[in-house]
Design a binder for this molecule. Structure first.
Ligand SMILES: [Zn+2]
Length: 485
C-alpha cells in the first residue's frame, strides 16, 4: 500500500515537472481565472467570432520617400468558426486611392486564396486554421483566451523569468502548428495584458498590447490593440467591432465559377543563364540580377541578398574572373538593399541617386567613401553607352533607377514589370503606364524585360499585352469593410 502511494507521488511530480497543465495544477488554476475574466460560462458558449478591425501600420523600409516612415491603413474582417475550425479572412491594405485586397478561407480541411478581380480560387497547402487569417487572431485577446482554454496541456507557467511588463504572470503556449506564444496575465483581473512571440531578429520580440476592455454578450475583449516589433511601433487599432456567435451564412463561400491560378515558377535553385552576348541573368527565390560583361569588368543590377552568390554563379558559368566594378541600385526599399553589404565587399562603385546614399551605407554596415558613388541625375550612361540608367519617380518610390542594355535592347527593372507565371503575359498597373511614358520620351526601343523578382525574361509583346490589360484594384461590393472604398 505504502509503496503504491509513493509511486503515484513520484508520477505526479514528474508530470508536473515536464510542464503540462493538469487539473488542479498552477497552470490550470490560472487558466480558470483567465476563462472567468473573459466571461466564464458565456465564453465557453462562444461557437464563432466575427472581428472587424480598422487599424494603421508603420511601413519601415518600404515607404514612398527614403526619409519618411509611411502610415498605412488596413481593414480586416475575420470570421472564426471555433467548432468546425474554419476561418474566412478578408483584408484591405492601403487607403482609398491605392489599395489591394486579400481573401483567404480555411474550410476545416483545406486553405484557399480567392482573387475577386481576376476571379481565381486557388487551393494553398501552406494555409492552415492557424494561418488563414494572417494570424490576425493575435490582435484579439479573447481569441487567445479561447486558444489557451482549448490547449491547456500545452501551457507552461514561466517562473522567475523577468517580465517585460512588470508584475504580470507569464504563460507560454507551445501548440503544434502555432508559433510559440507567451501570454502576460494580469494577476488581479485575469485578463491577458500582452502577448509576445519571437521576432525574426534574434533576441527580439513582437509584442501585442491589449487595452480598453469592453464587453459583448457577457464576453470581455480588448477594444484596442497596439503592436510593437523589435521595440518599434508597428500596428495600432483605430476601431474594432466584435460579434459573438454571428450569422456565418455569408462566409466560407467558395465560388464555383472561379478558375485556378496559372501555375507559377518557384525558382528554388540558383539559376544562371547567358541571355545575350555578354549578358547573364542569375538568381533564385525572389532575387535576380543581370550582369553585363564589358570586357574588363562586370556591371550588375538587382540588389537582393545573395548578390555574391549570383555574381559567383555567373563567373563560374562563364568561366571567367573579372571584377564587379559597378552595381546599379534600383530604389531604397530594404529588401532591394540587402545585397549592399556584399556589393561593398566586392568593391563596387554604386550607381545610385544621392538620396539613397545614407541608406546604402546603413545596409552595408560601414562608411563608404564618396568616390565609390556615381550619382544619377535623371539619366546616365556607362561603358561607352552599353548601359544606360534612367531615374523615374513613381507611386512606389520617389526614385527608381531602371537599367537599359543597349545592344540587347533589354531593360532591367525592380517592382515595375515582371511575371512569375510559367507562361502567358502579366496584367499591368499604374506604374507600368509611367514606365511606358518614360520609354516613349527617351525613345528607348525595348525588346526584352528582365526584373529583380523573376528569372523569366518578358518580351515587347508581353509589355503591350500588359499595357492593354491594366488592372485596377476593386473592393468587392458585398464586403462590409469596403464601405467608402
Ligand atoms: Zn520596392
Amino acid at each position: 500500500m505504502i509503496k503504491i502511494t509513493k509511486i503515484l507521488v513520484i508520477l505526479g511530480c514528474c508530470i508536473a515537472f515536464v510542464g503540462h497543465a493538469n487539473a488542479g495544477s498552477k497552470e490550470d488554476q490560472l487558466i480558470d481565472k483567465v476563462v472567468a475574466a473573459y466571461g466564464g460560462k458565456q465564453l465557453l458558449k462562444v461557437k464563432s467570432l466575427n472581428i472587424k478591425d480598422y487599424y494603421k501600420g508603420f511601413s519601415y523600409g518600404q515607404s514612398h520617400n527614403p526619409t519618411m516612415v509611411d502610415l498605412v491603413s488596413y481593414r480586416s474582417d475575420s470570421m472564426i468558426d471555433l467548432n468546425k475550425k474554419r476561418k474566412d479572412f478578408k483584408w484591405i491594405r492601403g487607403g482609398k486611392s491605392s489599395f489591394s485586397t486579400q481573401h483567404q478561407i480555411f474550410d476545416g480541411n483545406q486553405g484557399y486564396q480567392l482573387n475577386h478581380t481576376l476571379k481565381t480560387l486557388s487551393p494553398n497547402a501552406s494555409l492552415t486554421y492557424a494561418s488563414a487569417d494572417r494570424r490576425h487572431f493575435y490582435y484579439l485577446d479573447t481569441a487567445l483566451a479561447i486558444l489557451l482554454n482549448e490547449n491547456r496541456a500545452d501551457a507552461k507557467l514561466l517562473l522567475n523569468e523577468k517580465s517585460i511588463a512588470g508584475s504580470e504572470i507569464q504563460l507560454r503556449l507551445t501548440i503544434k502548428g502555432y508559433e510559440e506564444l507567451t501570454l502576460y496575465i494580469d494577476e488581479k483581473t485575469g485578463l491577458i495584458a500582452k502577448m509576445s512571440k519571437p521576432h525574426w531578429a534574434p533576441g527580439k520580440l513582437s509584442v501585442y498590447n491589449y487595452s480598453d476592455v469592453k464587453q459583448q454578450q457577457g464576453v470581455r475583449y480588448a477594444g484596442s490593440t497596439y503592436v510593437t516589433k523589435a521595440g518599434q511601433p508597428s500596428f495600432v487599432s483605430i476601431s474594432r467591432t466584435l460579434v459573438i456567435n454571428p450569422d456565418t451564412s455569408n462566409y466560407f463561400k467558395l465560388p464555383n465559377d472561379y478558375k485556378e491560378n496559372a501555375p507559377t515558377l518557384s525558382f528554388s535553385e540558383m539559376m544562371v543563364e547567358k541571355i545575350f552576348d555578354n549578358i547573364y541573368i542569375a538568381g533564385k527565390s525572389w532575387g535576380f540580377s543581370v550582369f553585363l560583361d564589358t570586357g574588363d569588368y562586370f556591371i550588375g543590377t538587382g540588389g537582393y541578398e545573395d548578390l555574391k552568390q549570383r555574381f559567383w554563379a555567373v563567373q563560374k558559368f562563364a568561366n571567367m574572373d573579372k571584377p564587379l566594378k559597378y552595381q546599379v541600385v534600383s530604389h531604397h526599399h530594404t529588401d532591394h538593399l540587402e545585397g549592399m553589404k556584399e556589393a561593398n565587399e566586392l568593391g563596387v562603385t554604386f550607381i545610385s541617386v544621392e538620396e539613397h546614399q545614407a541608406l546604402i551605407k546603413e545596409l552595408a554596415q560601414v562608411d563608404i567613401k564618396q568616390d565609390r558613388f556615381e550619382f544619377v541625375k535623371n539619366k546616365a550612361s556607362f561603358a561607352n553607352g552599353a548601359l544606360q540608367v534612367f531615374d523615374i519617380a513613381s507611386g512606389h518610390a520617389t526614385h527608381n533607377l531602371i537599367t537599359y542594355f543597349s545592344q540587347a535592347k533589354l531593360l532591367f527593372t525592380a517592382d515595375m514589370f515582371f511575371s512569375r507565371k510559367v507562361k502567358g503575359s502579366p496584367n499591368g498597373g499604374a506604374t507600368l503606364q509611367l514606365l511606358n511614358k518614360r520609354l516613349l520620351k527617351e525613345q528607348l526601343d525595348v525588346d526584352y524585360f528582365a526584373a529583380a523578382h523573376s528569372g523569366r525574361v518578358l518580351t515587347a509583346e508581353d509589355f503591350d499585352y500588359a499595357l492593354n490589360h491594366i488592372v485596377k484594384a476593386q473592393c468587392p461590393e458585398n464586403w462590409q469593410i469596403c464601405e467608402g472604398y
